[in-house]
Design a protein around this ligand. Structure first.
Ligand SMILES: Nc1ncnc2c1ncn2[C@@H]1O[C@H](COP(=O)(O)OP(=O)(O)O)[C@@H](O)[C@H]1O
Ligand SMILES: [Mg+2]
Length: 211
C-alpha cells in the first residue's frame, strides 16, 4: 500500500490562491503542493458552477495542465528547461493528492523569494529586471503555454540570477488555438508579457519605489 504523507499538522512554507506548499517530510529538496482545503468546496464542490462540478478532473485540473506543459517542453528539447520548476511526481497525502516538485531555495535554506516579495521589499533592481526579461525570452522560445503571469508565480534564485516560473502554465481553454499554432501562442505570450511589465510598474508605484 502506498504511504500517505501526513501534512495536516505541519506548517506550510507558502501558499497561493489555490494551493498550500509544504516541504517534503522525507526529502528536503522537494516541495509538496496540495489544493487548499478551505477553497475546494467553493471552487469545485457545491459552491461551483454546474459545468465545473461536471468536469472529470475538477480540483486536479491545474495539475493536469502543469504536467501537460512539462511534457510539451520535454517533447521539444528532452531536457528540463531552466525557467520551469521540475516536477518529480505525485504522492498521496492526508490533504489529498500532492504534486511533488523540486523546490527553489536560497542559500540559507529558505524558499526563493517571489517576484511579488522582491517588489514589496524594494529589492527588485535592474539586475533582476534583466533576469526576468531573460526568463521571458526562454518562455518565448519554448512551446510552453502560459495562462497566468502574476508576481507570485515567479521565484528568484539569487545565486544564479535567474527566475523560475513555478505556476500559471497551461491552457485555460483546452480547445484553444494556442496548442495548435506556434505563431498564435507566441503572439499571445508577447501580449501577456507587455501587460505584465505594466503591472510590475504599477506595483513599483504602489510600493513607492524610488524612481
Ligand atoms: N518550486 C518552488 N520553489 C520555491 N517556492 C515555490 C515553488 N513553488 C511554489 N513556491 C511558492 O509558493 C507560492 C504558491 O505556489 P503556487 O504554485 O503559485 O500556488 P497557487 O497555485 O495557489 O498559486 C508561490 O507564490 C511561491 O512563493
Ligand atoms: Mg500561483
Amino acid at each position: 500500500m502506498t504511504k500517505i504523507i501526513q501534512l495536516k499538522d505541519r506548517q506550510h512554507l507558502a501558499q497561493g490562491n489555490s494551493r498550500l506548499v509544504f516541504r517534503h517530510p522525507e526529502n528536503s529538496d522537494y516541495l509538496i503542493k496540495v489544493m487548499r482545503p478551505d477553497k475546494i468546496d467553493e471552487r469545485f464542490g457545491s459552491g461551483a458552477k454546474w459545468y465545473k462540478r461536471l468536469r472529470r478532473l475538477g480540483k486536479y485540473l491545474s495539475y493536469h495542465r502543469e504536467i501537460e506543459e512539462f511534457l510539451a517542453v520535454h517533447t521539444a528539447t528532452d531536457q528540463a528547461p531552466p525557467f520551469l520548476q521540475t516536477i518529480i511526481g505525485f504522492t498521496e497525502t492526508d490533504l489529498g493528492l500532492g504534486l511533488i516538485i523540486l523546490g527553489a531555495f536560497q542559500e540559507n535554506g529558505d524558499l526563493a523569494p517571489s517576484l511579488g516579495h522582491l517588489l514589496k521589499k524594494h529589492r527588485y533592481d535592474k539586475k533582476m529586471e534583466a533576469a526576468l526579461e531573460a526568463c521571458f525570452s526562454e518562455i518565448l522560445a519554448s512551446p510552453v503555454i502560459i495562462s497566468d503571469l502574476n508576481v507570485g508565480n515567479f521565484v528568484y534564485l539569487e545565486e544564479h540570477q535567474h527566475f523560475i516560473m513555478i505556476d500559471g502554465l497551461g491552457n485555460a481553454n483546452p480547445l484553444g488555438f494556442k496548442a495548435f499554432s506556434k505563431r498564435l501562442n507566441r503572439r499571445a505570450k508577447l501580449r501577456r508579457f507587455a501587460r505584465f511589465r505594466e503591472r510590475i510598474e504599477r506595483y513599483k508605484k504602489h510600493y513607492q519605489h524610488p524612481t
